[in-house]
Design a binder for this molecule. Structure first.
Ligand SMILES: Cc1cc2nc3c(=O)[nH]c(=O)nc-3n(C[C@H](O)[C@H](O)[C@H](O)COP(=O)(O)O)c2cc1C
Length: 392
């Protein structure tokens, strides 16, 4: 099952599933949501006496595309290096590793928020560079270095939100708008970073245009078998593979109500294929439209390495801010993924042009799309590899 079917998850719940049995329910973790080793990093994330490793504990709880967790950390007493593990990629869905770099930016943001909470003053230095196609012999590469000195201990609301931030794929409350003061605070989250900008859209007309572009992009990109292959590698349908791999997209992250998750977990692959192909039409568009806000994170150059990292920092910060204020959020990146796809196939940049029409300013290149609003269901934890597995 690829992300396209996954995105249609809300429709799957309408399918009545008979059979399976208690054994299959137990084997598939129906009664163990958020439990087991794969979820422990969310529980033991904070140990202020663990020195710089405490910062890594926070960093690994960051968002990453398809939960690939493409990070590696080299930890010393007064510095931490962040490397990208380019083997952990989603293939043709992200042909320049743009999204994986954004994921590293997300981890960097958590790490920098955790520094003062552990009594460190941190300074980050980003490696300059331009994104390239996925290398034939993928290996790890240094992307950022964080120098640590002793500093004033300070726990911010964003830091405290780290273990509560989860991507929410359930419908949002379409009748509850985001208060103007929160929108205003969100729009300033980029701070003094001159290379990133947040575009926020609340008007129904604008949101509908973005939803149409995203929905068409979703259909087109997942019709490419290479994209499907790259994506499927990270979809974990079995509870045992969630616990073994501790990464990827698990059923509990589909945004289904509990009964729906249980039903999907008990389906055989054949039943699941049938359910996906009979799920609600326009499911994804309706989900996106249930959110009162759609946002773009834009940069000056989508394929600039440092700017990708900065965009990731902004997404992580925005999602933590949302979490701290009772809001839910979800990325919806198919339109920008199609920008990469067209570039990789040497086709005219039609998606980039459509996104520029929405912002009305071609000097800014949208690199991340998300929606935000008040949740109707709480989101579940996603699996994580332990700190020991991501140290070099
Ligand atoms: C660069 C990037 C792109 C993403 N794109 C999507 C997306 O298009 N759709 C989606 O549902 N989630 C998307 N996500 C969310 C990830 O799937 C999510 O962060 C990951 O599964 C871990 O789950 P968590 O955020 O709940 O910890 C994206 C995340 C990142 C960092």
């Amino acid at each position: 099952m690829n992300r396209r079917s996954f995105l249609k998850g809300a429709g799957v719940v309408t399918v009545v599933v008979a059979g399976g049995g208690v054994w299959r329910a137990f084997d598939q973790g129906v009664f163990r949501v958020g439990e087991g080793p794969a979820y422990e990093p969310w529980k033991d994330w904070h140990d202020a006496n663990d020195g710089p490793l405490n910062l890594v504990r926070a960093a690994i709880l960051a968002a990453s595309p398809h939960n690939t967790q493409p990070w590696l950390f080299k930890v010393a007493d007064s510095s931490i290096e962040l490397h990208i593990d380019t083997r952990r990629n989603v293939g043709a869905l992200d042909p320049y590793l743009r999204e994986e770099h954004i994921g590293i930016g997300c981890a960097l943001e958590n790490l920098l928020l955790a520094a003062p909470a552990s009594g460190y003053a941190a300074t980050a230095t980003l490696q300059p560079g331009k994104l390239e196609p996925i290398p034939a012999d993928p290996k790890s590469r240094l992307l950022a270095r964080v120098d640590l000195a002793s500093g004033k201990r300070d726990e911010t609301e964003l830091y405290n939100a780290i273990p509560r931030r989860h991507t929410n794929r359930a419908p949002f409350d379409q009748h509850q708008p985001i208060p103007p003061d929160l929108l205003e605070a969100l729009s300033h989250l980029t701070g003094d970073d001159a290379d990133t900008k947040l575009f926020l859209f609340t008007a129904e007309n604008d949101r509908k245009k973005i939803v149409d572009i995203s929905s068409a992009a979703n259909t087109e990109i997942y019709s490419d078998p290479d994209v499907q292959r790259g994506s499927e590698r990270w979809v974990r349908m079995k509870w045992s593979s969630v616990q073994d791999h501790r990464d990827g997209l698990a059923i509990d992250a589909f945004g289904l109500p509990p009964i729906g998750s249980a039903a999907v977990k008990m389906m055989t692959p054949g039943m699941l294929r049938w359910a996906s192909s009979h799920s609600t039409q326009n499911g994804y568009s309706n989900l996106m439209l249930s959110a009162p806000l759609i946002g773009f994170i834009a940069v000056r150059d989508r394929y600039d390495q440092e700017q990708c990292l900065r965009a990731g920092r902004i997404w992580q910060r925005a999602h933590l801010f949302a979490t701290a204020h009772g809001l839910a959020a979800r990325p919806c990146n198919e339109a920008v993924e199609m920008v990469d796809h067209e570039r990789a196939h040497g086709r005219p940049a039609s998606r980039a042009a459509l996104l520029n029409e929405i912002t009305g300013d071609s000097k800014w290149q949208p690199t991340f799309v998300f929606y935000m609003g008040y949740p109707t269901l709480s989101a579940h934890l996603s699996p994580r590899r332990p700190v020991q597995a991501v140290l070099v």
